[in-house]
Design a binder for this molecule. Structure first.
Ligand code: NAD
Length: 472
């Protein structure tokens, strides 16, 4: 099969981290980029998958980046202001990577704003400061120092990342389906006003991972379909969400921020133990976890009309994540035990016998009630599409690949988030790897179903209040 080469990477290509996402991104780079193989380096402390690299003649620097060594290691790989860093690691401080890439004059992409070790666990940092809001504010402020600098794309995998592009398609589709077709907005304000005009009150990044292995999860092993460390890190940050202008009251233990755009709030409990009612195709109504994610904040910020804590319009936005069954059971185990797992396992393409990943945006409050729009990718399809990854990984790696293409095509865009990129171009590149992109409408609301009646905080006047979604 021949694959379209989308772009050429001039100069060194350096991938940091060769875990589940790094390995899955490798075949997409090989297919869709023209690059010099001898200038391709992977920095990865483990040698578990080293033969994948040596078989291809890709240089493996077997080292873990630290605050002390990252400058010398990376600077030695870039000499003349050309090239690209793709950071797909855990425990490597993204902000330092971004600053160094500006200094070196090279393009940069990551999928999460990762701090150096010591932030997520066993830290004396107050919970308010252990949220994503200050991490994002720091990166946004940093970006102001490098206008027109080498493109530095932060938080661009599937989510955060691709879901921001799907949201734009979803809004255009909703406008069309409600009888108000519009020209594609050209500015941030135009997109925000489109969302406002459609009556959207909020957006869930609604995901259902149905991938299962034939082997029951061993007790004491944390099993997931992507980084266990990544899920644990974000899952035990406080829950966090973009806070809509229609919300009447904060949730229990909810707090605002007193700096920056004030577009988000945090809840003083772990996201991986904070459930919301949500909706996905295939299953319909379901529980998801409000695991903190950059897109929850960036989407609420991007679609704001007006400013500050009380803007004219702002959508609520948060992740509503139903991970694979084994991860649900794993979370249940560690929440009960009150201890992080010792054994960790990521399900491979070979182990998974059925299921897939439905990942999209659920827009609610508009004339048609609820609309889910997103990618439905089965494990069988993922297996056919590319090696070394399951359906979840495929949605992430293809977004990384699209971001790499966009960075090459827009090399002096400075600091950007997925919301600020050309969603048409990015989805054009990514779409062949996303399975079916579907739109589903539903009349479900978070007050629609209850098994027996209990003393719950329900707002019947406005079904779309966050308090109605929150199940805890
Ligand atoms: P993984 O745990 O499978 O792999 C992470 C890799 O980083 C490992 O191979 C590890 O050895 C390496 N690493 C650890 N410390 C390092 C260091 N100091 N220097 C260099 N490498 C180091 O994780 P993954 O599933 O591949 O995910 C990678 C990253 O992508 C994580 O940060 C995760 O949160 C993020 N992610 C984002 C999305 C998204 O949609 N935005 C989705 C999935 C994963």
């Amino acid at each position: 099969m021949t694959h379209k080469v989308h772009a050429r990477i001039d100069g060194p290509l350096v991938m940091i981290g060769f875990g589940s996402i790094g390995r899955g991104t490798l075949p997409l780079i090989e297919r869709h980029f023209d690059y010099d193989r001898e200038s391709f380096t992977v920095i990865e402390p483990s040698d578990e998958y080293a033969t994948l690299l040596s078989d291809r003649g890709i240089r493996h620097v077997q080292i873990g980046l630290t605050k002390e060594n990252y400058r010398s290691v990376l600077s030695s790989l870039f000499r003349d202001g050309r090239g690209m860093v793709v950071n797909l690691s855990v425990d490597v401080g993204s902000v330092d990577m971004m600053i160094l890439c500006q200094e070196l004059g090279v393009l940069y992409i990551d999928t999460v704003i990762e701090p150096w070790p010591g932030f997520y666990f066993g830290s004396s940092i107050p919970n308010a400061d252990r949220t994503n809001y200050p991490l994002r504010e720091e990166v946004r402020d940093l970006g102001k120092r490098y206008p027109g600098g080498p493109t530095s794309i932060t938080c661009c995998g599937a989510n955060p990342g691709m879901v921001s592009w799907l949201l734009k398609e979803a809004l255009l589709r909703l406008a069309n389906d409600t009888g108000h077709p519009v020209e594609v907005p050209k500015t941030r304000d135009g997109w925000a006003r489109l969302m406002q005009s459609l009556g959207v009150k909020g957006v869930h990044v609604a995901e259902r991972d149905t991938q299962v292995s034939a082997r029951p999860k061993p007790v004491g092993t944390f099993v997931n379909t992507w980084s266990v460390d990544g899920l644990l890190s974000e899952g035990y940050q406080p829950a966090e969400l973009g806070w809509g202008s229609h919300e009447k009251k904060l949730p229990p233990n909810g707090h605002g921020f007193d700096f920056g755009s004030r577009c988000a709030i945090w809840i003083d409990r772990p996201g991986a133990d904070t459930r919301v009612r949500s909706w996905c195709p295939g299953v319909g109504p379901q529980f998801g976890y409000v695991v903190t994610h950059n897109e929850a904040i960036s989407i609420s910020d991007y679609y704001t009309v007006g400013e500050g804590a009380r803007p004219e319009f702002r959508p609520t936005c948060h992740y509503a994540y139903h991970p694979c069954n084994d991860a649900i059971l794993s979370l249940h185990e560690i929440n009960g035990a009150g201890q992080l797992p010792i054994n960790k396992h990521i399900l491979t393409q070979e182990e998974i016998v059925s299921g897939g990943d439905d990942l999209g945006v659920f827009l609610y409050g508009h004339a048609k009630g609820g609309m889910w729009y997103g990618s439905r990718l089965s494990i069988d399809e993922a297996r056919r599409l590319a090696p070394y990854q399951n359906a979840t990984g495929m949605q992430v790696t293809s977004a990384v690949m699209a971001a790499m293409v966009w960075a090459v095509e827009n090399p002096r865009a400075g600091f950007v988030e997925a919301d600020e990129m050309d969603h048409v171009r990015c989805l054009e590149v990514q779409r062949p790897y996303l399975g079916r992109i579907e739109a589903h409408y539903t009349d479900w609301t978070p007050v629609a179903h209850r098994i027996n009646s209990f003393a719950e905080d329900v707002d019947h006047d406005d079904p779309w209040q966050f308090t109605n979604f929150l199940a805890v």
